[in-house]
Design a protein around this ligand. Structure first.
Ligand code: PMP
Length: 328
């Protein structure tokens, strides 16, 4: 469920008023760019996981589409804080999924040329309960192939790119699966519909290389901490058949976090249950996003400065506390 307050073009407004006209260009042509970010509850109050990296990708996605976002990264950071503070906690917990979207507004008619159209920016929040995914997911290898980098920028989070993901996931759901894995045009494993894929074989972590995937921030997080812990990780092309012979598979993404995959096209993977390496990665990820790992806390978490009277949290270091919003 979306939170009651939305940030739109510099103002916080009620969700019911944050609507778009039916002729909105982006609705028809997929020319919108967006992000999926998480705010987690920590001992020091609400913290946003890898916010600068997400905003950097938002600006990159917009640049691919020749869209100029009418705000700076600093202004969007403050906007994210503001809408979170406005919505407050859900049952006393600061866990939010954050969805900034930049889109081409309606203009005169339905012509595709949007050079003179208004660019709008909105930030929507959703409160997500912590999902228990230890049962593991059953996925389908999709009949749809991942769109090639010659046809779009697969590293950009462009709304139109998600037609590819939607075809795959809706097919999978209709056939009773939880999700889908897409192969690339050559037949190598690309990624999930909104997640990257890791395979574990003899304690080594393998993940498809950049090229035909959106190489996610979660994928980078996992590669980084596994490497720091001394595990062997390799970014290499994986044949479809290698999925079936692997010991464990998990998907990862901002929304999915770390999700075990225990069945593919009905075949059992490994022991058919969440494996020990997946459990370890899930635990580490959970500790890191909740600020319980000193090594990554200041590096990857942006703490939201709370108005003094509201928080009973331990105070945040001076340099991690950021000045209050100057925006209206
Ligand atoms: N692949 C696709 C197609 C996605 O939509 C996402 C979600 N953004 C991911 C991978 C994972 O990216 P991240 O870890 O940055 O959320």
């Amino acid at each position: 469920m979306a939170a009651p307050w939305v940030w739109k073009d510099g103002e916080v407004i009620p969700l019911a008023e944050a609507n778009i006209p039916i002729a909105t260009h982006s609705l028809h042509y997929g020319a919108a760019v967006f992000e999926g970010i998480r705010c987690y509850d920590t001992e020091w109050g609400p913290a946003i996981f890898r916010l600068p990296e997400h905003l950097q990708r938002l600006f990159y996605s917009a640049s691919v589409f020749h869209i100029t976002i009418p705000y700076t990264a600093e202004q969007l950071t403050e906007a994210v804080w503001r809408v979170i503070l406005e919505n407050g906690t859900k049952n006393g917990i600061w866990n939010w999924y954050i969805r900034p979207i930049v889109y081409v507004d309606s203009g005169l008619g339905l012509k595709q040329d949007y050079r003179t159209r208004k660019i709008s920016t909105a930030i929507i929040l959703e409160s997500w309960e912590k999902s228990n995914n230890s049962r593991g997911a059953s996925v389908q290898i999709s009949r749809w192939r991942r769109i090639p980098p010659q046809s779009t920028d697969v590293e950009a989070k462009i709304a139109g790119n998600y037609a590819n993901s939607e075809l795959a996931i809706q097919d999978a759901l209709a056939q009773g699966y939880d999700n889908a894995i897409l192969l690339d045009l050559r037949g190598f494993v690309a990624e999930g519909t909104g997640e990257n894929i890791f395979v574990v074989r003899r304690g080594i972590f393998l993940t498809p290389p950049r090229g035909t995937i959106l190489s996610g921030i979660t994928r980078d997080t996992i590669l980084t901490f596994l490497h720091d812990q001394g595990f062997t990780t390799r970014e290499e092309a994986l044949e479809r058949g290698e999925l079936f012979s692997s010991h464990e598979i998990f998907s990862c993404g901002t929304a999915a976090e770390v999700t075990p995959i225990v069945r593919i096209d009905g075949a059992i993977i490994g022991a058919g249950i969440e494996g020990p390496f997946t459990i370890m990665v899930k635990k580490r990820y959970d500790q890191i996003v909740h600020g319980r790992d000193d090594r990554y806390r200041d590096r990857w978490l942006t703490f939201i400065p709370l108005p003094r009277e509201e928080h009973g949290y331990e105070s945040i270091e001076e340099e991690t506390a950021v000045p209050n919003s100057k925006m209206s």
